[in-house]
Write a protein that binds this ligand. Structure first.
Ligand SMILES: [Zn+2]
Length: 118
């Protein structure tokens, strides 16, 4: 379909604008993160390969065996990228952490689980 790629980019930009607008209303800062490999990377051990995705919705790490919903794994990777981006900031060291429903991510790749098992 001609123009499909441009439409996708436009729709994605609109979605980001809506999220940014709503988040700002609640005092929540937003930041864009490069999504490269976030769906293939293990959020637990960092091992990255396309074989970690046996099915569209399933993530299963071929190195450490971590198994979780693929979207949740990707969301954790995006969170980790965001936390690390703060560390590399030119404004100096920023102590970022990210709260998830299942626990907390911090700059040293640490994940503190809020539950016994995710
Ligand atoms: Zn792993």
């Amino acid at each position: 379909m001609p123009g499909a790629k441009a439409f996708h980019a436009w729709a994605f930009r609109r979605l980001y604008e809506y999220v940014e607008y709503k988040a700002t209303e609640f005092g929540i800062p937003t930041k864009q993160v490069d999504p490269a490999y976030t769906s293939q990377r293990c959020s637990k051990c960092g091992h990255t390969e396309c074989g970690n995705r046996p099915k569209q919705e399933r993530f299963c790490c071929r190195k450490c065996g971590y198994e979780v919903h693929a979207d949740y794994n990707a969301a954790k990777n995006i969170g980790i990228k965001h936390v690390h981006a703060g560390q590399k900031s030119s404004r100096g060291r920023v102590n970022r952490q990210l709260a998830l429903k299942s626990g907390t991510l911090n700059v040293s790749d640490g994940f503190t689980s809020a539950e016994v098992s995710a």
